[in-house]
Design a protein around this ligand. Structure first.
Ligand SMILES: [Cu+2]
Length: 227
């Protein structure tokens, strides 16, 4: 499997949106033509800045013959990692990645710090993140508990997002590891949304949970230190 990445501008300016194409080929160089639908899409494209302060979750259009296309904003100077997540028909989940330097390519990266509290308020929701056990190399269940931020009432009518109770992206602090996560109960509606994952080694990780409520998707980020 190989991926050939192209940008409408090789070096987008800060604040610019570039058209990104990614051509997927097999090991013989032939375009892969068929992909399995995964979480309702043929490809998920995650875009993060190197310091993980910026996050975007996009769904490229499929242009046939293994070619996907997306408009990707690069909000500030700096390095960005593009992570394409897809399943060639009948195969297993693949990720292909590409670094892009926007503007000066340097920017002012902020050092990733573990959150002092794993309770965050986003878009009127209070979201708490808990783990049954947190240890590198062991499967863990991470549970998001979602309440109304004002009334503190548990939210029990989450809507499916990408075919499940939510979608969770986990990336290691050095932006090298992209972890797959699986909802334990896809049809859950809140207030709890539980996902299984395994952190491969100790260190910092950033986690973005994405959920849908009353027609709006909200994204809640957490930074944790895995012992
Ligand atoms: Cu997606």
């Amino acid at each position: 499997m190989q991926a050939e990445w192209k940008l409408s501008k090789e070096k987008p300016a800060a604040g610019e949106t570039a058209q990104v194409t990614v051509q997927i080929r097999d090991s013989d160089g032939k375009p892969v033509e068929k992909f399995d639908v995964n979480h309702e899409k043929l490809m998920h494209l995650i875009v993060v800045s190197k310091d993980l302060s910026h996050f975007a979750h996009l769904h490229p259009d499929y242009r046939q013959n293994g070619l996907f296309q997306a408009d990707v904003p690069f909000p500030t100077d700096g390095e960005y990692k593009l992570i394409a997540d897809f399943i060639p028909a009948g195969g297993t989940a693949r990720t292909e990645t590409h670094w892009v330097a926007a503007g000066s390519g340097a920017g002012s990266p902020s050092a990733l710090q573990p959150d002092a509290s794993l309770v965050k308020t986003v878009d009127g929701k209070e979201v708490a993140l808990t783990f049954d056990k947190l240890k590198a190399g062991q499967e863990t269940t991470m549970t998001f508990t979602i309440k109304d931020a004002q009334s503190k009432a548990p939210i029990t009518n989450l809507q499916p997002y990408l075919g499940a109770v939510g979608h969770v992206v986990v990336i290691s602090g050095d932006a090298e590891q992209y972890l797959h996560n699986h909802p334990l109960d896809e049809s859950a509606k809140g207030p709890n949304a539980a996902f299984a994952t395994t952190f491969p080694k100790a260190g910092l990780y950033k986690i973005w949970g994405q959920f849908q409520h009353e027609g709006r998707v909200f994204t809640v980020p957490f930074t944790i230190n895995v012992p």
